[in-house]
Design a protein around this ligand. Structure first.
Ligand code: SF4
Ligand code: SF4
Length: 428
């Protein structure tokens, strides 16, 4: 970023993009957990709740992405990306806007009366915004159209309705009263940053070797967290937003001097904008073992996620023997073993699964229907029997295979199984 650039403008542009992304994610199924239907949506993939490996790798990857960003770039998430910060600052901006407008339009009113009107207008605006934000938040857990119908019918009886009412109240209290206090009282991320950061982490640093500070305190007045960056670059409240950098740049530019606050790589490191002689990977401390480990773990989870997706089949078949009764022998001496199947169609088109048996001479599969038809998004379950003629097995336990084939995509799978026969049937 060039000298004299505005971190404030950059932040507000990023806040707007983040808000639009936050708005779009549940509607486009980019990231959404559908609790009523027990589904997890991840970048368009509809994952079932039993696809634990993919969900695990996805969550761990996202978590380590935040950890890596904290190690390298400090609290960039807090200052630039966090929804709590974005909506808190928007709430403060709305309140300031109303105060200015009321003061300008109702100049004849007494200040106390104007302030009462500002409070009423502000709380009304926050109430409307809270309903919208609560809807958006719950849409991450309940299908948005379903949620809208519940809201339209004033449903406050079901779990979604009760959650909606509770989240609306909490959102209203948060953005009317708590706002940035949430970051220093409830959110653990600021405290975690203390552990994750190191000597090369990006931070906001005040440096005044030439005693050029004119004590205007504009950096303090502008700070959304109400702190004085000159006291220390490691204050737990500092979200590294860069607003104080802009403030100081602007004030000292009038005196034809450079600003005293900068983004720097660590307390003693270079400034973010410095065209230093060191290569970029040294400037951000990439040789630090902790950073290498974090990047390796992040790569591991990214690779695991890709591998889990590449091995994913739209149709999940499960087959297991029912051993409550080991076997059944009919009047003709034929031996029956019972099995249970479950076929989940996680795709978007109907499918069918054909079962067949291999390596069990003379055995037949008694099953209706076969192929098993399964509609999109449905699971079919049932039981079937495999029977073998008398004296066809030489062992008490015979190993064989059940093969499955899906229609129409011909994906095959095999299930090693055992067939049990009574001892008296064994060949002499
Ligand atoms: S804005 Fe700059 S000059 Fe003014 S008090 Fe802060 S550091 Fe000093
Ligand atoms: S001290 Fe500066 S960077 Fe830190 S929160 Fe305040 S304005 Fe933002």
């Amino acid at each position: 970023m060039d000298k004299g650039s505005s971190w404030h403008r950059l932040r507000k542009a990023i806040h707007l993009v983040c808000f639009l992304v936050f708005l779009a994610l549940p509607f486009l199924n980019v990231i959404r957990a559908d609790i009523p239907h027990q589904r997890f949506y991840f970048f368009g993939y509809e994952l079932w709740i039993n696809e634990f490996a993919i969900i695990f790798f996805a969550l761990m990857f996202l978590m380590f992405l935040v950890v890596a960003s904290s190690v390298f770039y400090g609290r960039v998430y807090c200052g630039y990306l966090c929804p709590q910060m974005i909506f808190s600052e928007a709430s403060v901006a709305v309140e300031s806007f109303l105060r200015r407008r009321v003061a300008k339009k109702l100049i004849a009113w007494k200040p106390a009366r104007r302030e009462r009107l500002v409070r009423v207008l502000f709380y009304a605006a926050m109430a409307i915004a809270s309903v919208f934000l609560a809807f958006l938040f719950i849409a991450y857990f309940v299908e948005p159209r379903d949620l809208f119908h519940r809201l339209a019918s004033l449903d406050i009886h079901t779990a979604a309705g009760i959650s909606g009412a509770a989240v609306t109240i909490l959102t209203f209290l948060d953005f009317s009263l708590v706002r940035q206090k949430f970051c220093t009282t409830v959110c653990p991320y600021g405290y975690l940053q203390g552990m994750l950061g190191d000597g090369d982490t990006l931070l906001v640093h005040y440096r005044d070797a030439e005693h050029a500070c004119i004590e205007c305190k504009k950096c303090v007045r502008i700070c959304p967290m109400g702190i004085d960056i000159r006291e220390s670059p490691f204050q737990i409240e500092c979200i590294h937003c860069g607003e104080c950098i802009d403030a100081c740049d602007e004030i000292l530019a009038r005196l034809h001097k450079p600003g005293l606050i900068h983004y720097t790589w660590g307390e003693k490191g270079e400034r973010l904008n410095d065209p230093g002689p060191r290569p970029w990977y040294r400037r951000i401390g990439l040789r630090d073992p902790k950073r290498v480990v974090v990047l390796l773990v992040l790569t591991f989870y990214a690779a695991g996620l890709l591998a889990a997706f590449s091995m994913r089949h739209a149709v999940l078949v499960r087959i297991a023997p029912i051993r409550a009764t080991l076997y059944r022998v009919d009047a003709a001496g034929r031996v029956f073993n019972r099995f249970r199947y479950s076929v989940s169609n996680r795709g978007h088109a109907p499918t069918a699964v054909i079962l067949s048996i291999q390596h069990l001479p003379g055995a037949t599969l008694a099953m209706e229907p076969n192929p098993i038809p399964v509609a999109a998004g449905q699971t079919a379950q049932g039981e079937f029997e495999i029977s073998a003629p008398p004296h066809s097995q030489s062992a008490l336990v015979s190993h064989f295979t059940i093969e499955t084939s899906t229609v129409p995509d011909q994906a095959r799978d095999t299930f090693p199984m055992t067939f049990l026969a009574p001892p008296e049937r064994q060949a002499p």
